[in-house]
Design a protein around this ligand. Structure first.
Ligand code: PXL
Length: 254
């Protein structure tokens, strides 16, 4: 049995956060472990409140789990605070973990900030050098690189800059672009772009599901490029089948 761990925020709708990650792992045939890094109060209409998890308890969750079970891959999602980022970087080394996927969650689809002051910089300095792959959307890639992405050319420039922060590979998702949904992979040598038509409407959790497929694929032994191709297809299907659960955004169907 292959095992993957998600360290992410809680989203009670299950559309995003560790709940979406677990469902994705399961759909990929991978056993899912989960550690909440922060809690949110939210509906399909958005995040209304955020509750931090005490850092010593967060650390206890990691130590207790990792002394017992070693996941084949892990991902981080919404981390929110500086202590959480620091503890993950320490534990990653302490437990000789591999296959770290970073989904650098910064702002929700409805525009609520999902990080405290200084956390973006901490992710860049402490986590990116450990990562096998980072999976920002175009807005997150812009935050880390200062490059405003309107098309493939800027996407490539941003990918090169992100690679220089020490990650193994970069995958920028372009679901927020105006015309086509173009996703770009770059491993320092090769670029690969995958493109599809955009779906109409607002979707919640696409980034979480995308990075979870990548994580599950790494746990299964795929390389990052194969994982990218799988993830693009998986998310496309889950968006095609998306459901309206409440009064807000659509939720992917896994
Ligand atoms: O989709 C980004 C995201 C990730 N994780 C959690 C979230 C959100 C967006 O709202 O709430 C917990």
């Amino acid at each position: 049995m292959k095992i993957a761990l998600t360290i992410a925020g809680s989203d009670p709708t299950g559309g995003a956060g560790f709940q979406a990650d677990l469902k994705t792992f399961s759909a990929m045939g991978v056993y899912g472990l989960s550690i909440p890094a922060v809690l949110t109060a939210q509906s399909t209409k958005g995040v209304s409140s955020i509750q931090e998890i005490k850092s010593d308890f967060f650390e206890a969750q990691l130590d207790t789990l990792l002394q017992d079970i070693k996941p084949g891959a892990l991902k981080t999602g919404m981390l929110y605070s500086l202590d959480i980022v620091k503890i993950i970087s320490e534990k990653y080394r302490q437990y000789s973990l591999t296959n770290l996927v970073i989904d650098p969650v910064i702002v929700s689809s409805t525009g609520v900030s999902l990080v405290k002051e200084g956390v973006k910089e901490a992710i860049r300095e402490q986590l990116l050098p450990l990562a096998k792959v980072i999976t920002p959307n175009i807005n997150e890639a812009a935050v880390f690189t200062g490059i405003i992405i309107n098309g493939e050319k800027e996407m490539k420039e941003a990918a090169v800059k992100l690679k220089d922060f020490g990650v193994g590979a970069v995958i920028i998702t372009g679901g927020h672009m105006k015309e086509k949904a173009i996703d770009l992979f770059f491993d320092g040598e090769e670029f690969l772009t995958l493109e599809n038509d955009k779906f109409a409407g607002e979707f919640h959790g696409t980034g979480c599901v995308f990075s979870s497929v990548i994580t599950a694929c790494l746990a299964l032994g795929y390389d990052v490029k194969e994982a990218f191709i799988k993830a693009k297809e998986f998310v496309w299907n889950a968006m095609r089948l998306a459901v309206v659960l409440g009064k807000g955004m659509k939720i992917l169907k896994l």
